[in-house]
Design a binder for this molecule. Structure first.
Ligand code: SF4
Length: 598
């Protein structure tokens, strides 16, 4: 708590583009960003207090009021609830003596909800002071709270054994597990660090672009834009300075495979960033890493330093005169929309993570107005493997439209949740068989913005030509209530994460959620379902993918599980306000201990 705001400002050379880093350090140091800190930051960076306020008010992990010496963020994603999140929340509340969203009476411990923290295969899980605690039980919660009350250091609170692989590395020191269940060509550890970068610096950048284009690899984050084309556009763009961003903000609920790649093969990723830098003529790489993975920071910085010392990063990379490629980490602070590439760039510039209007696209005008490539973790790792074994080798995997393999994060009701690398083209049925799923009612492919697939469609295949996915598959068995437990949770997620710029995305998910509640309460009519489908179409005009897909949980469940809606509506009525007087007075009656007299 001794570090002053001025020391933090000095750390970032009073650069206003590093506002995110400054706010993160102040938040971590002081457990809040007070008015006084805001003023000091504004003065130090020579920007207005409003500029500081607008950034800090945007992100989930920033707070103007103290969040406690120990700050607990408990995941509230759908899988967390399936795995017993409610019991864990109750145990925390009872042991700490306050509700979620509050501080303990002595101000020592703060309890807060948070969206998916990338641990769906080991829920219930929480982040406490940037450390991740997985597979929580009420007993473990009691132990943790006891440790907090006795003032224990967070690193001494791990009583369980360490996680697998590099999770047990002394610089990671984590109980997280990788759960790699199936390795393919990308996850396979078959490259010596520096091997590819030494080879490619002897090639012309155009040859590399040709190879990547010929491989037909498309962005693995979900959007599926051809990687080779993206690199080519950036190479052609005018600009003395160009940037390579790695998008490691995997915020799509249910996705965690990038976390595993970052833990086990950061060397491969950094080589991929240097490779992209050489191909497009960029000299600076930035790993935009979600705040939830801050526990990996020390380890990743150590790997970067090792690569610099070995000559794989920095000046004259791999002995190539004048090839400079520097790398640094930029943390986000909890905003799903920052997974969108232009929002990610805004965030890295120290602003609110609001998607930009396009064109211009980031490849022409991105970070600080310079040409910028933004690629997903898996995409950059795959590019290295393509340069090792060739585009023809890569095209031998998958289907004609979807070449290669896909790393999947699989969670929910199955015996073996975890990370699987498979070729594109396998069916949902194949995957359910592979992971030991049972009694399956539905599979959510592609996170909340994806598709809720019904058993009749389990022969559909994963691939850009059918079920495209950034990698998240969540399995629901027959015991799950799809509307109440799944669709509602996803709608709340989109409402929470909308940046609010577009009126469609700001308003329609809320009214759609309310309409869904009306139907779930047995007060819906046929027109309500028609309205939901119509409003889903209107949402498509929103500026970015978040708004455009925010209707998907409802529309996809109407299309594939229509019976769940039909069985609850009043088919004989053509008008119903949905207003229930009993329901409206219920809370007031409970508070005053009265029986409704209606
Ligand atoms: Fe923001 Fe939603 Fe518009 Fe995207 S669609 S820019 S998240 S308001």
């Amino acid at each position: 708590m001794g570090t002053t705001v001025d020391t933090i400002l000095k750390r970032y050379t009073y650069d206003s583009a590093r506002l995110m880093d400054i706010l993160i350090d102040v938040q971590d140091e002081k457990t809040c960003i007070s008015d006084d800190s805001v003023q000091k930051i504004a003065t130090g960076l020579k920007i207005s207090m409003a500029d500081v306020e607008q950034t800090l008010s945007f992100y989930h992990f920033f707070s103007k009021t103290p969040t406690g010496k120990y700050t607990v963020y408990l995941n509230d994603s759908v899988v967390a609830f399936m795995m017993g999140r409610e019991k864990i929340a109750h145990a925390f509340e009872e042991a700490v003596g306050c509700k979620f969203g509050e501080l303990s009476p002595d101000g020592l411990i703060g309890l807060f909800d948070t969206s998916c923290i990338g641990m769906n295969d080991q829920e219930p899980a929480a982040i406490i002071n940037n450390r991740v605690f997985t597979r929580l039980t009420p007993f473990r919660v009691k132990e943790l709270v006891k440790d907090m009350k006795s003032g224990k250091d967070i690193d001494d609170m791990y009583s369980a054994s360490r996680g697998d692989g590099n999770n047990s590395h002394e610089l990671v020191h984590s109980v997280v597990n990788n759960n790699i269940r199936k390795e393919g060509p990308i996850l396979m550890d078959d490259i010596t660090q520096g091997e590819i970068i030494q080879r490619i610096v002897k090639m012309q950048p155009e040859e590399i672009l040709q190879e990547i284009k010929h491989s037909n690899i498309r962005g693995r984050g979900g959007a599926g834009f051809p990687t080779g084309l993206k690199w080519e556009f950036c190479r052609r763009a005018k600009g003395d300075q160009k940037f390579i961003f790695c998008n490691a903000d995997e915020g799509e609920p249910g996705t965690f495979k990038d976390r595993v790649i970052l833990t086990e093969m950061p060397e491969l990723l950094f080589e991929g960033m240097a490779l992209a830098g050489y191909a497009v003529g960029a000299t600076q790489g930035i790993l935009y890493l979600r705040y939830e993975y801050k526990y990996l920071q020390t380890y990743l910085e150590h790997v970067i330093k090792k690569a610099e010392d070995a000559g794989w990063l920095g000046k004259n990379v791999a002995g190539k005169k004048d090839f400079v490629f520097n790398l640094r980490i930029q943390f986000g602070a909890g905003a799903y929309v920052c997974g969108e590439e232009s929002a990610l760039i805004e965030s890295a510039e120290g602003k609110r993570g609001e998607p930009r209007d396009r064109p211009p696209f980031p490849v022409e005008k991105g970070y600080l107005g310079c040409p910028t490539v933004v690629n997903n973790v898996e995409t950059l790792c795959t590019a290295v493997k393509i340069m090792k074994r060739g585009s023809e080798w890569y095209r031998s995997f998958g289907t004609s439209e979807s070449t290669g393999t896909k790393v999947l994060s699989i969670s929910g009701d199955c015996f073996h949740p975890g990370v699987y690398e498979i070729e594109w083209g396998f069916s949902v049925n194949d995957i359910l068989d592979m992971v030991g799923a049972f009694d399956v009612q539905a599979v959510q492919v592609g996170g909340p913005s994806g598709t809720l697939v019904a058993p009749d469609d389990f022969d559909r295949i994963l691939g850009y030509e059918d079920l495209a996915t950034g990698g998240s598959l969540i399995i629901f068995n027959q015991s799950r209530k799809l509307l109440e437990d799944v669709v509602m949770n996803f709608m709340e997620f989109f409402i929470e994460e909308s940046c609010g710029s577009c009126s469609t995305c700001r308003i329609l998910p809320v009214v759609m959620r309310d309409k869904l509640v009306k139907i779930m309460n047995g007060l819906g009519i046929v027109k309500d379902i028609d309205d939901l489908l119509e409003w889903g179409k209107i949402l498509k005009v929103s500026r970015c993918g978040l708004g455009q897909t925010a209707c998907n949980p409802i529309v996809s469940s109407i299309n594939n599980f229509g019976g769940l809606y039909i069985s609850r509506i009043k088919t004989m009525k053509d008008y119903e306000t949905g207003f229930d007087l009993n329901l409206a007075v219920q809370e007031a009656c409970e508070a005053t201990n009265r029986v409704p007299n209606i």
